[in-house]
Design a protein around this ligand. Sequence first.
Ligand code: 5GP
Length: 239
Amino acid sequence: MKCKQLLVKGKAKSVYSTDDRHKLVIEFRDDITAFDGGKKDVLKNKGNYNAEVSAFFFEYLEQNGIRTHFFTMVDPHHMVVRKLEMIPLEVIVRNIAAGSLVRNYPFREGAPLNPPLVVIDYKDDARHDPMLNDEIIVALKLATPAELKKIKKMALEVNRLLSSLLSDHGITLVDFKMEFGRQGKTIYLGDEISMDSMRLWDKKTGESLDKDVYRFEKGDVMAIYNRVVQRITGPVMNK
Ligand code: 5GP
């Protein structure tokens, strides 16, 4: 599969057209950013780590009935995906209170959220990704009520599947962000699911195993990403 034209360059990934009009190639770059791009670095192998974990999750989710955009990897940082009309929503599922939920609302950090919360932000850097509600999403014609219902159902199912997989590897899925797209009437899970878009805590020690290590300078972030990839894609340890 050959990359033809650069279509979009995001903060950490680039998207290319290919010689097949139904397929795109996503390049996972080594750029890492936080705080709306206020903190940036280039960290060797970061793209590979996130691509490998994303591909692993997409394959696992497909095997469990979730439609994703994933086709295959071309090399360790180029992924072939289905071309979708992306929906500009950041769909976040939260199992434990952390991050902006604790900053903005009177939740105690670490408090379990049962049932999990689905929080949807508007993907718009210039507006700092403001939180939406169903009425605003429909009024802005970002998604129909039927699509929104489907997206929330898929988001909770992905959460159930990934929480269980990660738990088997000794990791708590605290929260994570997904993006969805449509092709015709079908909704697919798109973008990536990686250490950049998840909050992961070690089940035993509570140690952060995700981009919070970079955000808050908690240690050697690439050493941790590398360890997380080995843990997630390796044999089950904590059944
Ligand atoms: P929070 O709202 O607490 O900052 O983030 C909740 C979860 O969604 C975290 O796991 C965080 O990594 C992810 N998330 C929220 N917004 C973004 C974003 O713009 N980009 C990425 N990659 N992840 C996000």
